[in-house]
Design a protein. Structure first.
Length: 424
């Protein structure tokens, strides 16, 4: 399998294959339909494995063109071989008999168009959110089943079943690859936004036990969001704000880790390592998102990220403006996670005791109480208030719930600070 061989390849080659796998899957699924998704996967795997083997002897001048030509030939072979046996292939062949029509799908605009269509198909409302994310990672991002399982902390067999159910549901519903202009773009685009947001967050706050940050997930989410921005039907203010949010966070990715790969708190990060070019691009997209009258959660979250990225130091952060944005988010959605973050900001303005009182309100949600960051935040606030015994208890509770060894290492450092001050 390509995934197994790819593990031995150089990271640049692996990235190339993953990128091309996503592009080829979008085009081939558009041609053959969801009922033949297994055929699509086989063709993509075979094409890229052939490339990996052939390039060990000689690397072509244009690797992408080589892959596209190989995939195109496989399509024509399959159509000639199967068009009288499989109704779906016959129907497509009747509509698109010429080689020129196939070639049009393998140009840059054809790939972009197919990926955009695939995005909306993967996020179809018939699919549960967990199916939407898995199918997006598989078909658009070129992730293998084991990679998806590691990214989402789900067993490989579970991922396989989700993908099978998803493709079967899309095939049974005869979901087409229509562009948003022919649909109800509002609700469908919101689903796409949600999947890309979750995908980026999984990369930014990786729960995988081996890596603190999954740059590949962040990059794929931003790439797909940029594709939405590039199309007039989907370049809405909310899309622009979502891309701005991703780029603000992406600008800080590498500064979030120390030389040993351990996570750093924001106040510990070296801001000279923040990518100013990405910050400027994010500001441009945030400015563009201001058109129109509607304000989405992505606008508010991007605004918060902007204030963090524009501050010269942690002490210079405009906490008052950030608090106003969290107030707006809480009023809009009332999410307990927003309440948690709001309490942390409140501590910078009114002290730890006021923030602890706000956290009690947020902690009324039983799901939040199971979230390790809730106890971790309480521990930090008690530590700042000088109540080290309570702080230590909260940190220990957070440590027991944390799923990532990097999160646990971060919590251990805070426990160490409590012990150092108390002399334990």
């Amino acid at each position: 399998m390509l995934a197994e061989q790819g593990e031995q390849a150089a990271p640049l080659v692996e990235h190339f294959f993953r990128y091309e796998a996503g592009r080829l899957t979008s085009v081939l699924t558009r041609i053959f339909g969801w009922r033949h998704f297994d055929l699509v996967e086989d063709m993509v795997q075979a094409t890229l494995v052939d490339a990996l083997q052939a390039w060990r002897i000689h690397l072509p001048e244009n690797p992408s063109a080589w892959v596209h030509r190989c995939a195109r030939n496989r399509i024509l072979d399959a159509l000639r071989r199967e068009k009288f046996k499989q109704k779906a292939l016959e129907q497509w062949a009747n509509r698109h008999t010429g080689v020129e029509q196939i070639d049009e799908l393998f140009c840059d605009s054809g790939f972009a168009d197919s990926q955009l269509r695939m995005m909306f198909a993967c996020c179809h409302p018939r699919l549960a959110p967990e199916m939407q994310i898995a199918l997006t990672l598989k078909s658009l991002c070129g992730f293998s089943i084991p990679e998806i399982g590691r990214a989402l902390l789900v067993k490989d067999e579970t991922i396989k079943k989700r993908l099978q159910r998803a493709t079967r549901a899309l095939a049974d519903a005869r979901v087409t690859f229509d562009l948003p202009a022919a649909l109800e773009p509002g609700a469908r685009l919101e689903s796409v936004h949600r999947v890309l947001y979750l995908l980026f967050n999984e990369g930014f706050h990786a729960t995988d036990s081996d890596r603190a940050v999954r740059e590949d997930l962040c990059e794929e989410a931003a790439r797909l969001c940029h594709l939405l921005v590039s199309h007039e039907c989907t370049s809405t203010p909310a899309t622009l704000a979502l891309l701005a949010l991703m780029l603000f966070h992406a600008a800080r990715l590498f500064a979030r880790l120390d030389q040993g790969g351990a996570l750093l708190f924001m106040e510990e990060q070296d801001r000279s390592r923040w990518d100013q070019r990405l910050i400027r691009r994010a500001q441009d997209f945030l400015d563009q998102s201001a058109r129109g009258m509607n304000v989405s959660p992505y606008h508010l979250e991007a605004g918060i990220a902007f204030y963090h990225c524009s501050a010269k130091s942690y002490a210079d952060t405009d906490w008052r403006s950030i608090l106003r944005l969290y107030d707006a988010l809480v009023a809009m959605h009332g999410s307990p996670v927003y309440l948690l973050n709001r309490a942390i900001v409140l501590a910078e303005l009114e002290g730890p005791r006021a923030a602890l009182a706000a956290l009690e309100e947020a902690g009324s949600d039983p799901l939040l109480r199971e979230y390790h960051l809730y106890d971790s935040a309480r521990g930090e606030l008690y530590r700042r208030a000088g109540d080290l015994d309570r702080a230590r208890g909260c940190f220990e509770s957070a440590y027991a719930r944390a799923r990532s060894r990097f999160d646990r290492a971060l919590i251990e450092r805070r426990i160490g600070l409590c012990n150092k001050v108390s002399g334990k």
